[in-house]
Design a protein around this ligand. Structure first.
Ligand code: PRP
Ligand code: ADE
Length: 177
């Protein structure tokens, strides 16, 4: 399947969740078996090698992280929104394109020396991904790279990640459309 076809499976919803936001909705890709499989295959193939743990960011990131982890024989670390983890956790607050939130990970779930791959459906301002990286680093681990299905370059997030030294990849971009 071509990247153009893959991209065509992602619908855009205007003015969600706020006026002026063009929401790139991966649910229309997820219900397409061939499209979802292609996205996961391609995301796994552009990721750095020798990954021990895939960190998936709630909620849409979980779907891609789990599928990629299955392909590369890695575990999954859940990066959850604040207050959802049952055990002792560490967290950080962050700003979104359309609001504010908090991310948390469980204490003690990243074995020493692990190479962690960060995965999410989309990067916009980069606040979510950068906060996740900092959290993983707070836990003493190395983030080996980050893979996204979609990059919104107008919002500069992927560039922020690269500027911070992170090996950053995205399959598709939506720019001025
Ligand atoms: O690069 P940023 O500006 O930080 O934005 C990207 C984040 O925004 C979306 O998640 P959202 O917080 O809407 O949560 P959801 O997956 O639970 O819908 C998306 O799935 C990323 O996690
Ligand atoms: N424009 C957008 N579409 C979908 N998810 C997003 N997360 C942040 N910005 C987004």
């Amino acid at each position: 399947m071509s990247l153009a076809h893959l991209k065509s499976l992602i619908r855009t919803i205007p003015d969600f969740p706020k006026a002026g936001i063009r929401f790139r909705d991966v649910s229309s890709l997820l219900v397409d078996a061939a499209g979802f499989a292609e996205a996961v295959e391609r995301m796994a193939s552009i990721a750095p090698q020798d990954i021990d743990l895939v960190a998936g960011i709630e909620a849409r990131g979980f779907i891609f992280a789990g599928a990629i982890a299955g392909k590369i024989d890695a575990g999954v670390l859940m990066v959850r929104k604040g207050g959802k983890l049952p055990g002792p956790a560490m967290g950080r607050d962050y700003a979104l394109e359309y609001g504010e939130d908090r991310l948390e990970i469980h204490d003690g779930q990243i074995p020493a020396g692990s190479r962690v791959l960060l995965v999410d459906d989309l990067i916009a301002t980069g606040g979510t991904a950068l906060t996740s990286c900092r959290l993983i680093e707070d836990a003493g681990a190395e983030v080996a790279g980050a893979v996204f299905l979609i990059d919104l370059p107008d919002l500069g997030g992927a560039q922020r990640l690269r500027d911070s030294g992170l090996d950053t990849h995205a399959l598709l971009t939506f720019e001025g459309e």
